[in-house]
Design a protein. Structure first.
Ligand code: MN
Length: 260
């Protein structure tokens, strides 16, 4: 009887010990995994233009590759869209495959929360999710047979902010021309609902600075070098003939609500 009791007590002790060990290991393993999404402290953003989420894909251009000729040539458009833009998409997707907890966020949430992103993917998302965002809106900001001047609401806002359309154009051209190296020139709405001209380096977006972009120009050499070589200003001048002003007006209307 005593032996049976001792055996039973021994078994109970062994089970208790095993259970304690099991819990300890389980606890340890949950702490060794990747940080959970809440650790990234991601803020919501009202600066949403596209709302795109992982996996990102390349949308077809809303016009033919040769449709912006003679201002922007077919070869440049084709390579820019199918090679450069595709590469940004592929690299952004690869980064998000590595940190699956980030896949649920919109591209705007990722780009307005760069400092909160894990270091292992932060720079890649800055460059490649940024590149995907910038190019997706850029294609829509151009159109064949464009009207030469802004639509009424945008024209009014431009006059209010810069004095005249020509003064705005001069300021924008200067921002585009003087951006050293690769980058973008932008017309944006700021938090005070005023239009501002700015430029960003590489694939940085205005979103990261709290600005809502309504017009942008890619001044990377890949955007113009085949046709214009080193003459960036000739490309900038030609681009004014292909601006999709009704789309700019749509973004302007959306942006006024978004920055509220
Ligand atoms: Mn580009």
């Amino acid at each position: 009887m005593r032996i049976v009791l001792k055996l039973a007590m021994g078994t109970a002790l062994a089970i208790t010990a095993f259970y304690a060990w099991h819990c300890a290991t389980k606890k340890q393993s949950t702490h060794q995994g990747p940080p959970s999404a809440k650790d990234f402290s991601m803020n919501k953003t009202t600066l949403t233009l596209l709302g795109l989420k992982y996996p990102f894909t390349l949308a077809p251009l809303p016009y033919d590759y040769k449709a912006l000729e003679p201002h922007i040539d077919e070869a440049t458009m084709r390579i820019h869209h199918t090679k450069h833009h595709q590469a940004y998409i592929d690299n952004a997707n690869k980064a998000l495959e590595e940190v699956a907890e980030l896949q649920k966020y919109t591209i705007e949430e990722l780009l307005t929360n760069l400092p909160s992103l894990p270091e292992s993917v932060r720079e890649r998302l800055r460059n490649h999710a940024g590149g995907h965002f910038n190019h997706t809106i850029f294609w829509q900001m151009m159109v064949p047979n464009a009207q030469p001047l802004p639509t009424e609401k945008v024209a009014h806002a431009i006059n209010e902010a810069f004095g005249s359309f020509d003064a705005f154009k001069e300021l924008f051209n200067k921002a585009a021309q003087s951006r050293f190296g690769s980058g973008w020139a932008w017309l944006c709405i700021n938090k005070e609902k005023k239009l501002v001209v700015t430029s960003t380096a590489n694939q940085d977006t205005p979103l990261a600075a709290g600005l809502f972009p309504i017009l942008g120009l890619d001044v990377w050499e890949h955007a113009y070098y085949l046709k214009y070589q080193n003459k960036r200003m000739d490309y900038i001048t030609a681009w004014w003939a292909v601006i999709n002003w009704p789309f700019v007006e749509k973004l302007f209307t959306d942006g006024l609500k978004a920055v509220e």
